[in-house]
Design a protein around this ligand. Structure first.
Ligand code: ATP
Length: 417
């Protein structure tokens, strides 16, 4: 394997000193156990690009869980062992450091989860997704600060290429298609030519992967600084079509994403808002298909349904003589995120005005009198009570009832009527 020793300095320049101390300690402890520890993957890629990334993955030629246990014992750091995967995470200061035993992977059929066996560092690096993610830096003994780069990732970093490691890579695991687009757009790199050809050829392989795994990749994209760039590229290449043939991603949608960020709505999680804009043009049938394919969690699924229900009410919301209470009744059953998605996406000014009025004002309007006030006045529990309260709220929404006495007068008038 090709090695370079210049990275000890880089580690110390870029990572915080306490983290470097921890890594040295991990390396020394591994050496005492006659094992080798390395930092690998994204952190090495970002170290070489001088990008801050403190998400540390440590690969161990040996027993990663035993090493992590020993380390945590000596320094009282918090450790979590994931028995199912035979990995461990140490929480050290604000960092989570993952320990994994070096392994090789065999895919028995496209989309299968790989069969894992312990292996050398080199084999471990050669099972990875892209050359730029297949580098390691040694932490133990005389290997400290050495770069291990069996797939020439450093050259691809310099030429800004995203390149897979072998021709069957996307067939083995087609989630790498989404991963590749994410790195390409995040780093401003380009797909290497042959990788691009294979990516396009293997798009149908995405059908072999479970919904959860695809959803995980989409969620990772939604956490990027500019998710719209990834989706736009995925649309142009035909990758988005594998998710649902009716989803489009044009410049208009890119602008929606931008606007969603600018609005920075409190209480509306940005990834939820992105999901709604991402799928905005889908009809109900295709929304349900997508919800089922990706096993979307309840909250997202419900917001997707709400968003569609509101879309169907846009015309009514644009009626010239619509009252505030009518706007309220049309929208009060739906989540704020679904309303905001419509505010961003709707083209028609009058509907947008009504949606804005609801979100900024009507949503928070409350009657002064409550159910218990009415009970005290001698009314009985039941549907009539709700009707009376609704009537009071409607009057308040339409600007009629101002004081508690006004509201009581409305109740009395209704009863007399
Ligand atoms: P990010 O900066 O987005 O967190 P990362 O490179 O740290 O990127 P992770 O998803 O944390 O990515 O994965 C860690 C490493 O594991 C990757 O750098 C890559 O080497 C490897 N890896 C992850 N997913 C795959 C995959 N589907 N196929 C092969 N290797 C993978």
């Amino acid at each position: 394997m090709q090695r370079e020793r210049e990275f000890a300095e880089k580690l110390e320049q870029i990572l915080p000193p306490r983290l470097v101390d921890f890594l040295k300690r991990a390396g020394e402890k591994a050496a005492e156990r006659n094992e080798q520890a390395y930092i690998v993957g994204g952190v090495v890629r970002d170290l070489l690009l001088c990008i801050d990334n403190f998400d540390i993955d440590i690969t161990v030629e040996g027993n990663a869980v035993a090493l992590a246990r020993e380390l945590s014992r000596s320094a009282f750091d918090r450790i979590t062992v994931h028995k199912q995967f035979n990995t461990a995470t140490i929480k050290f200061d604000q960092w989570n450091i993952d320990f994994v035993t070096a392994r090789s992977e065999i895919y028995e059929y496209p989309g299968a989860l790989p069969k894992i066996t312990p292996a050398s560092l080199e084999e471990d690096l050669k099972r990875r997704d892209f050359t730029i993610n297949a580098m390691a830096i040694g932490l133990s003994g005389k290997n400290y600060g050495e770069l291990y780069d069996p797939c020439n990732g450093k050259t691809d970093l310099q030429s800004r290429n995203i390149r897979i490691l072998h021709e069957k890579s996307f067939v083995d695991d087609s989630t790498r298609i989404w991963r590749g687009l994410r790195y390409e757009q995040r780093l401003g790199f380009q797909m290497e030519q042959r990788t691009l050809e294979l990516l396009i050829r293997d798009i149908p392989m995405l059908d072999t992967v479970s919904g959860e795994r695809i959803r995980y990749e989409i969620e990772c994209i939604l956490k990027e600084k500019y998710p719209e760039r990834v989706f736009s590229r995925a649309f142009r290449l035909g990758v988005l079509g594998s998710l649902n043939t009716f989803i489009k991603f044009d410049t208009r949608k890119e602008e929606w994403f931008l606007r969603a960020r600018e609005m920075n709505c409190p209480n509306v999680p940005s990834d939820l808002l992105y999901w709604l804009l991402f799928t905005y043009e889908l009809d109900m049938e295709n929304r349900e298909k997508l919800i089922a394919r990706l096993h979307l969690p309840k909250q997202i699924a419900q917001a997707l349904r709400d968003c569609h229900a509101i879309k169907e009410r846009l015309e009514m919301l644009a009626a010239p003589d619509i009252t505030n209470s009518q706007i309220y009744r049309l929208l009060c059953a739906y989540s704020p995120s679904a309303i905001i998605a419509n505010i961003i996406a709707v083209e028609e000014d009058e509907s947008r005005k009504a949606l804005n009025l609801y979100i900024e004002k009507l949503k928070n309007v409350k009657a002064i009198i409550s159910g218990s006030d009415l009970l005290k006045m001698g009314f009985e529990q039941g549907p009539q009570l709700k009707e009376l309260l609704d009537a009071v709220l409607d009057a308040r929404l339409n600007g009629k009832a101002l004081t508690k006495e006004d509201e009581i007068a409305i109740v009395k008038k209704m009863l007399a009527g």
